[in-house]
Design a protein around this ligand. Structure first.
Ligand code: SF4
Ligand code: SF4
Length: 104
């Protein structure tokens, strides 16, 4: 197994691998990649029926679940794609996308 190389936040272009490749797997945990998000999902736990469709479909594993229930959104990694709100059942609509700049 190759040694895991972590590229530090604020790395210069000389420290980034050629062509911007990701040299090792599982590095997403090391970086707060949600900081370029323009929209964010807001979860309403009163409406949520915990079907976990959002958890299944989120491409960034940013739906936080404990004991089979959605407990929040990992905004450090959520990209604001809106997939979770899109797959939340129409009759429930427990996830709403808002502009990142809006107050919750
Ligand atoms: S907006 Fe996208 S990245 Fe963020 S929690 Fe929803 S599905 Fe995941
Ligand atoms: S898809 Fe909607 S109702 Fe289902 S767990 Fe997610 S937020 Fe709750």
């Amino acid at each position: 197994m190759s040694e895991k190389k972590v590229i530090p936040a604020g790395a210069t272009w000389k420290e980034i691998p050629v062509a911007g490749i990701i040299p090792t797997a599982g590095t997403a945990q090391e970086f707060k990649t949600g900081d370029w998000r323009t929209r964010k999902p807001i979860h309403d736990e009163k409406k949520c029926i915990n079907c976990l469709r959002c958890w299944i479909y989120c491409p960034d594993a940013s739906i936080m679940v404990k004991d089979g229930k959605v407990i929040g959104i990992d905004y450090d990694h959520c990209k604001g794609c809106g997939i979770c709100a899109n797959v939340c059942p129409d009759k429930v609509k427990a996830l709403t996308m808002i502009a990142q700049s809006e107050e919750e």
